[in-house]
Design a protein around this ligand. Structure first.
Ligand code: TXA
Ligand code: MG
Length: 320
């Protein structure tokens, strides 16, 4: 089976200290042997990522976590029962075996157990921890398809190709070193879902230039086309709009103004489904970016569940 030989080859590259791109259910990752600082350094160089931005360590299963981190076992077991493998990263106290480069010198490490089959097979074949950020240049749109990865890195990285990411936005980052735990980045598992299991949690996701989780950086997920975000369709009337522009809608919406404009309209979900909006989100932004539009206007999605994670990304993508 060709895909299996690709996985064996990718694991071989990881062992050689090389970087490989691989699919996960959230977004594609750019992985390296987390215990090999020289390999990890290549990720920072390829991505042009500042060293102060720590990487997430990917493991095959929860049992491996205690090799690399210290945590409250009961809490992790509860979270694992509901959400793992899946789009949730847990920030724990790190063990010394994890190189400082991976964690940007922090005494914590973010650990993620991806659900995607190919990611699982790669982790199994490699056997060790894989440090991996999203497989895009720093600050740019995240990749949910192998072609997006290719667009960023061309032939410079081996890409393990899979289907497009089923969740479509990055993992939720939950710091479990605080009491109660703190959400540092909203993502594929909603705050509501986590609170249904743990009770009230804190959120610390405010954009700043010295964030605890640099995914909180104000400018992030940037498309090349200028992006403007508005609350609702009526706000369009108040904007000075170019003749031709992109319009990103959460769901089908009818309106009877701007007849004299050429709009390239894209809809995140024809059925107003938040999961589908998340899945389509980066993919549609990538596509709009190829159309040489002077502007894309996006309307916020419903601000509930993972809709809030999508809106966070819209806001960061638009703050120029
Ligand atoms: O879904 C995902 O999480 C994807 C896939 C590939 O697993 N990965 C991902 O990685 O989104 P990246 O590097 O693009 O975003 C990781 C975020 C960064 O904002 C980083 O600051 C934060 O995780 N992070 C990593 N380690 C941390 C730590 N010890 N404490 C706080 N934040 C941490
Ligand atoms: Mg990223």
């Amino acid at each position: 089976m060709r895909i299996y030989s690709d996985i064996v080859y990718a694991a071989h590259l990881l062992r050689q200290g090389e970087v490989v791109a691989f699919p996960t259910e959230t977004v594609y990752g750019l992985g390296a042997d987390a215990l090999n600082p020289n390999a990890v350094l290549k990720i920072f160089e390829l991505k042009q990522r500042p060293k102060f931005d720590p990487l997430i360590v990917h493991l095959q299963n929860v049992n491996q976590m205690s090799d690399y981190a210290e945590f409250q076992e009961e809490l992790v077991n509860t979270l694992a029962k509901h959400f793992l493998p899946g789009p949730l990263s847990l920030v724990c106290k790190k063990k010394p075996i994890i190189p400082d480069l991976v964690t940007s010198g922090l005494d914590t490490v973010a650990i993620r157990i991806p659900a995607n089959d190919i990611a699982q097979l790669l982790l199994q074949e490699f056997g060790g921890p894989v440090a991996a950020p999203s497989a895009n240049l720093f600050g740019k749109l995240s990749p949910t398809h192998f072609e997006h990865v290719f667009k960023n890195f061309g032939d410079r990285v081996f890409i393990l190709k899979g289907p497009s990411s089923s969740v479509g936005i990055e993992s939720t980052i939950l710091d479990i070193t605080t009491e109660p735990p703190t959400i540092l980045r909203r993502g594929g598992i909603s705050t509501e879902a986590i609170e249904a299991v743990l009770g009230k949690v804190q959120e610390d996701i405010v954009a700043s230039s010295n964030p605890k989780s640099p995914g909180q950086l104000k400018h992030h997920y940037s498309p090349n086309t200028p992006l403007m975000v508005i609350e609702n369709l009526n706000d369009l009337k108040t904007l000075p709009l170019p003749k031709r522009f992109g319009l990103l809608l959460p769901s089908p919406m009818e309106f009877k103004f701007l007849d004299d404009h050429q709009m390239v309209t894209r809809i995140l979900s024809s059925t107003n489904d938040l999961q589908e909006m998340a899945k389509q989100f980066f993919s549609i932004l990538h596509e709009l970016d190829t159309l040489e539009l002077p502007l894309v206007v996006a309307i916020k999605v419903p601000n509930i569940g993972i809709g809030r994670a999508i809106n966070d990304r819209l806001e960061r993508a638009s703050s120029h």
